[in-house]
Design a protein around this ligand. Structure first.
Ligand code: NAD
Ligand code: ZN
Length: 351
């Protein structure tokens, strides 16, 4: 088969590799129909994720058809169309039983981390992929949901919902601010609406992204290059700050921004993957009774989100900006890595 193989920082190629084979009775093999590129893949290509080694097939999002199942897989059969979760979880270890699937203790790859596709084992930017723990890591693709939209359930919709909205404890009436309106920020905005916030403020340096966010549920937008951006946000509250401030970028500046706009007693939910330490000015903010959270997506709400997409209650299909043939994935990387110029949001690869 062919796959997108990482060959060290800055190097990747679409090349011939051996087909994956069943290694454990709980495995399945899936023929990819639709996959995508994540910002995390760009981090890997920069060399920021040293656990990813030369020869690794990248990608952790995808939808496809099962072509083979291990002996222990009874819930799925050859021919089933499935959504792959970006987190592979055994469903049985103590962490999985506590709902902490992102820290599954099963010894696949390196134990203790559930994100292994395109990281510790071969991933989904390939014609075929081996899926460990198939029964607890695959979701049936419902009738009427197209594969390209369903790919967004592999990672970004659960990430925004779980690490942004649920950890941020968004509730009816809240004023919610989301800093960073890339695909993950947009997923956060869209799923926050499920809980009845009174206002959802989209904040980004890119005015085009701020405008786009209004198509997906933001009620207000603030361009953070404006000198008075903070005043604009505070003016949308009772003067004390937002109830929930969600960081979806991953840089020190945006971390400082969420601390600057949250009200006393409010929630700060960090979703961004940070490459450097940030400052936590406890001497100033200890008195504010804040709730601060962060984490790796568990994808335990992927099933619920799939139902909402199937019923048309949420529709993330508009996050898709570009389509490419899977074999043209190197062009897709080029477009995605120049998002500010190309206005790329989610690029979809079809086999
Ligand atoms: P992205 O790069 O597409 O979007 C980031 C957005 O932030 C862009 O719209 C950009 O214009 C904006 N931005 C940059 N600097 C800014 C600033 N100073 N002020 C305001 N806005 C600014 O990224 P994405 O794919 O949407 O992902 C967002 C973050 O979520 C990344 O850090 C990603 O690694 C992380 N992530 C976390 C998890 C998790 O499990 N916690 C899972 C997936 C992704
Ligand atoms: Zn587990």
């Amino acid at each position: 088969m062919k796959a997108l193989v990482y060959h060290g920082p800055g190097k990747k190629s679409w090349e011939e590799v051996p087909d994956p084979r069943i290694q454990a009775p709980t495995d399945a093999i899936v023929r990819i129909e639709s996959t995508t590129i994540c910002g995390t893949d760009l981090h890997i290509l920069k060399g920021d994720v040293p656990a990813v080694t030369d020869g690794r097939i990248l990608g952790h999002e995808g939808v496809g058809v099962i072509t083979e199942v291990g002996d222990a897989v009874t819930e799925f059969a050859v021919g089933d169309r499935v959504i792959l979760s970006c987190v592979s979880a055994c469903g049985k270890c103590s962490n999985c039983l506590e709902g902490l699937r992102s820290h599954c203790l099963a010894p696949e790859g390196a134990s203790g981390i559930g994100w292994i596709f395109g990281h510790l084992i071969d991933g989904t930017q390939a014609e075929l992929v081996r899926v460990p723990f198939a029964e607890t890591s695959l979701y049936t693709l419902p009738e009427g949901v197209d594969a390209d939209t369903a790919v967004l359930i592999s990672d970004i919709l659960p990430t925004g919902h779980e690490i942004g909205v649920k950890y941020g404890a968004v509730k009816a009436g809240d004023v919610v601010a989301v800093v960073g309106t890339g695909p993950v920020g947009l997923a956060t905005i869209m799923t926050s609406k499920l809980y009845g916030p009174s206002k959802v403020i989209a904040i980004d340096i890119d005015p085009n992204r701020v405008e786009q966010a209004k198509r997906f549920g933001a009620t207000h937008g603030v361009v953070s290059t404006d000198a008075d951006w903070r005043d604009q946000v505070i003016a949308l509250t009772d003067g004390a700050g937002v109830d929930v401030a969600i960081e979806a970028v991953g840089i020190p500046q945006t971390w400082d921004m969420v601390l600057d706009i949250v009200r006393p007693g409010g929630h700060v939910a960090n979703v961004g993957v940070h490459g450097k330490p940030v400052e936590l000015p406890l001497d100033r903010i200890w008195i504010e009774n804040l709730h601060i959270s962060t984490g790796l997506v568990n994808t335990d709400t992927a099933g619920m989100l799939t139902k909402l997409v199937a019923e048309g209650i949420i529709d993330p299909s508009g996050f898709i900006s570009h389509h490419f043939a899977l074999s043209d994935i190197e062009s897709a990387y080029d477009t995605f890595s120049r998002a500010a110029e190309t206005k790329a949001l989610k690029v979809i690869l079809n086999a």
